[in-house]
Design a protein around this ligand. Sequence first.
Ligand code: COI
Length: 356
Amino acid sequence: MLEIKIEKNKNPKPIPGPEDPLVFGTIFTDHMYVMDYTEGKGWHDPRIIPYQPLVLEPSAMVFHYGQEMFEGLKAYKTEDGRILLFRPDKNIERANNSNHRLMIPKIDPDDFLNGIKTLVKVDQDWIPTKPGTSLYIRPFVIATDPFLGVRPSSTYKFIIILSPVGAYYPEGLNPVKIWIEDEYVRAVRGGIGEAKTGGNYVASLAAQVKAHEEGYSQVLWLDGVERKYIEEVGAMNIFFKINGTVVTPMLNGSILPGVTRDTCIALCKEWGLPVEERRISVDELVEAAKNGTLEEVWGSGTAAVISPVGHLRYENDVFEIKDGTIGAVSQKLYDTVTGIQLGKLEDTHHWTVEVR
Ligand code: COI
């Protein structure tokens, strides 16, 4: 494993206190991790330096063709002061799958995890402890060749930044309103939908702005070919409880393979709930909403955790789910996932990794 050099920040910022609002993704800690890639040399020079602006050539390829990968995971502080990560191996595996699709060189999983752990340890005083808060970890890679031709870059930077966060949605655990999008699409099979990369998120903006203007938090995407099958929401995967069965779209190449999605499936199965990963059409969903068998809807994601959905809008119909209140499975998933993440519940799956 590569040795990480550490340069401490001589001008640390004030750390937010329990009374300060932690709006998602707005505050950054005192340090960042950086590692460079050079063709022929591989990944080299991992270092932790004071959080600072990057200096890049305006011709850097990431600015023009979007060759970049990002990830999201969280660190938590337990009541007895231990620091836990939740399933970081899954994020690292997904990062390298995204890298593969985006022609970015693979990062050694041990160096990746060591980078996260070392940075979190350096900035551990920034991990908030108020209920519903955590330290969001954002690893990302950018292509840095100064070149305007279209090809994979031969140099990259791998960077990790940290941000103390509260709930992703201003609604917190209150059910959100979701807009089923029938004009724009996010991804198509064979494209980059299952990679975690900026291009998928910029593709979502026009529909998201439209949905916001109508009073909806997020967009639920339909497949890009038939515009018929449910895919995922802007910042999370989606689950439905229909007539006692938990249903979620199967991973088909255009959906992000969410870590929290995987966690929800494992927990629901363990609780004896039937779980189906399959294609689900918007017509089936509308039918279930109309005939009263749509019992619960929730989203899952690292940033969003478990986010109950109270309203779905499709074309000119608006469906209220559980009278806009949180359902029992959504609540149990939220309590269990956050309970394990915070070390309050026994981690029988060995999902947490301690930072020492
Ligand atoms: C996450 O849940 O960590 C994500 O990366 C979603 C992002 C759009 C906030």
